[in-house]
Design a protein around this ligand. Structure first.
Ligand code: NDP
Length: 366
């Protein structure tokens, strides 16, 4: 047992999980409910991603299962309870969500709310002693990201960000190409993630306060992609943000383009949009090239290389794979594939792109 806990504290914290729980030295002394084959997950925010992808994904997972819901919409409750067999005692709203602290059936809180609400409710989950899975983008600001990381560390719970691509096999192959210099050292990355659509009045994706805008919503895939493809952290960034449909996107960006400078002369270009469909990650290396097109589609990521290798789409459910990996990480007390620090690094770049755009596209050191 970690010497940072007194025996009394340990019993107080683990409650009725005590019979099956242990604290193991490893990734930082988290609490592991050893007796459970499947960790209980509560989805927070029952919108389109939670209902369309995560809840169905949780029917396919081996290491976790859907046990609870947190919603501000009472009319959604009967449908979810009936469909997924959720017990009355595992239904919460945003006001009483902290009471999940007393619920041993819930091990993980999965935040699937508008971006501007991630920090507040993820911190409530962490302070309740629950592991936190938080959707991308992590939060609106670096300060909020850090506050969430601190809360998770304080409660000794795991915090992972829902960047499903990092769990996807073809993405993992190109990450390996970069690390092992299979095609020589990476020289340049180009990444685009955006869709052509629109958001009606009141939609949070058009609200600055709620963390809307193309850069937060989709641009983070391009940023994260540039970072994982180069296996480097950028040293400077510049960006440009604008809206063409001002009637829809007066508060947030409809389009963003950015450039990143990495060490050793490596560069990246990224683009994102609510008005143009883009979905690619192209990598140029010293001795060849490889690309993922699309780079982040739910229905599969496909790739090819300059020497004719084809990477066919993996048919497995991306969200089920991600949640199983993250649940196994908790059970085994291993470092998560996408920890909070990874989400924070993207938000540092997001903030710098926004600042650069305000300053007419000046380079900002990171
Ligand atoms: P939705 O708008 O479809 O759902 C958001 C839900 O949050 C609502 O249904 C509502 O649930 C709850 N909510 C609470 N307060 C508010 C509020 N003030 N305004 C609006 N909704 C509120 O969003 P998505 O499901 O598309 O996105 C949610 C999160 O998931 C975002 O962070 C997004 O970036 C991320 N996402 C990630 C994807 C991925 O591939 N990793 C794909 C899509 C989204 P309730 O009524 O139950 O309270």
């Amino acid at each position: 047992m970690s010497n940072r806990y007194s025996r009394k504290d340990f019993f107080k914290k683990t409650g009725s999980l005590i019979a099956g729980a242990s604290l193991v030295a490893g990734f930082p002394n988290i609490i592991i409910p050893r007796k459970k084959d499947k960790l209980g997950v509560a989805l927070v925010g029952l919108g389109s991603y939670a209902s369309g992808l995560l809840a169905p994904g949780l029917q396919m997972t081996q290491h976790c299962e859907l046990k609870g819901i947190v919603t501000g919409s009472p009319h959604k409750i009967p449908r979810w309870q009936e469909r997924y067999g959720i017990a009355d005692g595992n239904v919460y709203n945003y006001q009483n969500m902290h009471e999940v602290a007393n619920n041993d059936e819930i091990d993980v809180i999965y935040i699937v709310l508008p971006t501007g609400l991630h920090a507040k409710y993820a911190i409530i989950g962490a302070e309740a002693g629950k592991h936190v899975w938080c959707e991308k983008p992590m939060t609106k600001t670096v300060d909020d990201c850090q506050a969430l990381i601190n809360a998770a560390n304080k409660s000794k719970v795991q915090l992972t960000i829902g960047y499903r691509m990092q769990h996807e096999p073809n993405t993992q192959t190109i990450i390996k190409y970069g690390k092992e210099k299979t095609y020589g050292a990476v020289k340049e990355v180009k990444a685009g993630a955006g869709y052509s659509g629109g958001h009606g009045p009141g939609n949070w994706r058009a609200s600055a306060e709620l963390g809307g805008g193309a850069l937060y919503d989709m641009g983070v895939y391009a940023i994260n992609g540039a970072r994982y493809a180069t296996n480097m952290e950028p040293i400077a960034v510049r960006g440009k943000q604008w809206s063409e449909r001002e009637e829809m996107y007066s508060e947030v960006d409809e389009f963003t383009e950015f450039e990143l400078r990495f060490p050793e002369g490596v560069t990246a270009f990224g683009e994102t949009s609510f008005g143009k469909s883009t979905n690619y990650l192209d990598v140029d290396a010293e001795e060849g090239w490889y690309k993922l097109r699309p780079m982040q589609s739910y229905s599969g990521v496909r790739g090819e290389t300059s020497d004719g290798i084809k990477l066919p789409a993996d048919p497995n459910h991306q969200q089920a794979r991600q949640m199983d990996n993250d649940a196994l990480g908790i059970k085994e007390n291993s470092k998560p594939l996408v920890p909070g620090e990874d989400g924070l690094r993207d938000i540092r770049i997001v903030e710098a792109i926004m600042e650069s755009s305000k300053r007419g596209g000046e380079w900002i050191d990171l």
